[in-house]
Design a protein around this ligand. Structure first.
Ligand SMILES: NC(=O)c1ccc[n+]([C@@H]2O[C@H](COP(=O)([O-])OP(=O)(O)OC[C@H]3O[C@@H](n4cnc5c(N)ncnc54)[C@H](OP(=O)(O)O)[C@@H]3O)[C@@H](O)[C@H]2O)c1
Length: 272
């Protein structure tokens, strides 16, 4: 399908989602970008239509999906981008903190898919793009639960793709490496981690490395460009990585590298 598609981008108030929504709108698509803080956002400034949505809230997702359908009569593509980070040793991550992360990064995408799929099935076409992470392919030290949510998103996407292909619905995963966005400042810290003791020093070193990698990383230009090409049918693969080649290549080569060697390199990089 060419131009003029109706597209929902979740988490469009900053970073990846904002740039995706802007680029899609510039291409002439009808873009609905969502945020929990939609009231504070000015549509004229963003270039796309801003709607409220909290992906952890079933009712909020349903109401916004209905509003889009009411206004535009169809839904051609969804970009499940809303996400949050959590740093903390696995042992010191509380069940509540893990649940909050899952609610946003995995179940949030599920909630949106559950609203979008019946519409797309009726249209016998549609595109779902799930923004994962290279952390969804490699378990990152002190981001174990974040990795778990993204591994989950990868698995759900693989299964969903097989289930809905017969209705002409594509499910595409984009897994970025470290990017320079507000994600770094928005990342939560496990409340039981005190900066000292058992995991204190090790996690501080890792966190410093992660922040350097993210703040020095690219802006999400390439991710936004990929999203545009996927939506417009010019990128036909089911899975893409994006970001620095130095992060993408090791993930691509991982199946061919002995596990011990791979883990040692990872520990060296993060100074674990
Ligand atoms: N930055 C990176 O290095 C990186 C790397 C790989 C993957 N990613 C992934 O890329 C995606 C976007 O991250 P980003 O880097 O653009 O981070 P960001 O600048 O912090 O943006 C996150 C977006 O998610 C939204 N959001 C968070 N919780 C939400 C909720 N409960 N309901 C609805 N929206 C919610 C935020 O909107 P409001 O707060 O306005 O609601 C915001 O627009 C995430 O899925 C992230 O995991 C990021």
């Amino acid at each position: 399908m060419g131009e003029g598609q109706v597209i929902l981008v979740t988490g469009a108030s900053s970073g990846v989602g904002k740039l995706c929504a802007q680029r899609l709108a510039e291409r002439g698509h009808v873009v609905y970008g969502t945020s929990r803080r939609a009231r504070d956002m000015e549509p004229r400034e963003t270039g796309y239509r801003v709607l409220p949505m909290d992906v952890t809230d079933e009712q909020s997702v349903k109401e916004t999906a209905e509003e889009i359908l009411h206004a535009s009569g169809r839904l051609d593509a969804v970009v499940n981008n809303a996400g949050i980070g959590l740093a903390g040793p696995v042992e010191q991550t509380s069940i509540e903190e893990a649940q909050a992360l899952l609610e946003t990064n995995l179940l949030g995408a599920l909630r949106v898919c559950r609203q979008a799929l019946p519409v797309m099935r009726g249209q016998r076409r549609g595109t779902i793009i799930n923004i994962s992470s290279l952390a969804g392919r490699v378990g990152l030290p002190f981001q174990g639960l974040y990795s778990a949510t993204k591994f989950g998103l990868e698995g759900m996407s693989e299964a969903l793709r097989l289930e809905v292909r017969r209705w002409g619905i594509r499910v595409v995963v984009i897994a970025p490496g470290d990017l320079c966005t507000e994600f770094t400042d928005n990342r939560r810290l496990a409340s039981a981690w005190e900066g000292e003791g058992l995991y204190g020093e090790a996690m501080l070193r890792v966190l410093r490395r992660v922040e350097v990698d993210e703040r020095g990383g690219p802006v999400p230009d390439r991710v936004a460009g990929l999203v545009v090409r996927v939506v417009e049918g010019r990128a036909r693969r089911d899975w893409y990585s994006a970001g620095r080649i130095g992060q993408r290549l090791p993930v691509a080569l991982r199946p061919f590298i002995p596990r011990r060697m791979y883990e040692r390199a990872l520990m060296w990089h993060y100074r674990v």
